[in-house]
Design a protein around this ligand. Structure first.
Ligand SMILES: NC(=O)c1ccc[n+]([C@@H]2O[C@H](COP(=O)([O-])OP(=O)(O)OC[C@H]3O[C@@H](n4cnc5c(N)ncnc54)[C@H](O)[C@@H]3O)[C@@H](O)[C@H]2O)c1
Length: 295
């Protein structure tokens, strides 16, 4: 018996790449999966899952549109009678340095990633809150998709890094709002060779067919699917980098130093006089890109 027998999952952007792999693993663990993507690729993934004996239906639609979230939740209810898991994954890149980026490039990326995550999360939250109020309490899961660009900032990605950083705080906010309804919400930054990254030479498949393929997108899915199981009930509001053989638990924006007056407003001169205390011995430049190394 699979770990997710009887569970119903939505995966956005599951027509290819990481989302497609998440869908295959969810289905192989017994979940019924609603596969969302633009165009025909959603149905392609769903039919491949059905050919393997899994349960899947497709939904073709843009996650940046408000009604897509509602349609996906309705589809889960109508086809499979409930919804337990939402994996927000759909994404695009429109890279350019900030000084060259167009309004269209900025808006498209914010829409698909940040709004697209919120649209689906909101629709699921409405349904799960109502279910909880009716006394139907069962484990519910959201897993969102960020990026190392969102964790650390990334040159030529002010649109993407902002959206992916927003997704990290969106997840924290959802965690604070929805845990009382049995929902956990976590974020994963994948490392994988997909349509988004296949231009990166270092991520190419190994020539030796027997060697471990570090950047196979399927390497990301076991941790994402584990987050959806009963065993991960206590994991909430967390962020991870996942790829190859590694899982890194991430945390950021912690308090470093503190200066304070006694119930009065600072003057600029006073701040300047005590800046050494606030920044004592710390590096005040742009923080290093502290991504963990494979191996
Ligand atoms: N591959 C990596 O190393 C990597 C690194 C960091 C983050 N990510 C993130 O992982 C997620 C999956 O990307 P991937 O690498 O599998 O790339 P991918 O291009 O293979 O998959 C993204 C999918 O999202 C779909 N999509 C795009 N816009 C959509 C929309 N508006 N509505 C519905 N579907 C839409 C695409 O059609 C595509 O099938 C993305 O959020 C991406 O930013 C990937």
């Amino acid at each position: 018996m699979g770990l997710l027998e009887g569970k119903v999952a939505i995966v956005t952007g599951a027509g290819s790449g990481v989302g497609k792999e998440h869908s295959f693993l969810l289905a192989s663990e017994g979940a019924s999966v609603i596969i969302n993507d633009l165009g025909d690729s959603a149905e392609q993934t769903a039919s491949e899952i059905r050919d393997l004996g899994g349960i899947a239906v497709s939904h073709s639609g843009n996650v940046a549109e408000w009604n897509t979230g509602e349609e996906l939740v309705e589809k889960a209810k109508n086809e499979f009678g409930d919804l337990h898991i939402l994996i927000n994954n759909a994404g695009i890149l429109r890279d350019a340095m900030s000084f060259s980026m167009t309004e269209k490039e900025f808006d498209e990326v914010i829409s698909v990633h940040l709004k697209g995550h919120f649209v689906c999360a909101r629709a699921a939250a409405v349904y799960w809150r109502n279910q909880s109020k009716e006394g139907k309490t069962t484990a519910r899961r959201m897993v969102h998709t960020t990026s190392e660009s969102g964790l650390f900032g990334g040159p030529a990605q002010s649109n993407y890094a902002s959206a992916k950083g927003g997704i990290l705080t969106l997840s924290l906010t959802l965690g604070r709002e929805l845990s009382k309804y049995g929902v956990t919400t976590n974020v994963v930054a994948p490392r994988a060779r997909t349509g988004l990254t296949d231009y990166i030479q270092s991520m190419a498949a190994p020539e030796d067919k027997g060697a471990f393929d570090v950047y196979d997108p399927a390497n990301v899915s076991p941790f994402v699917v584990w987050l959806c199981t009963e065993d991960a009930q206590e994991i909430n509001g967390q962020a991870f980098i996942v790829g190859g053989s590694g899982v890194w638990w991430m945390r950021s924006w912690s308090h470093i130093n503190h200066i304070k007056l006694d119930n009065q407003r600072w003057t600029i001169d006073e701040i300047n006089a005590r800046k050494g205390e606030l920044f004592s011995g710390e590096d005040t430049g742009v923080p290093a890109f502290a991504a963990p190394k494979f191996g």
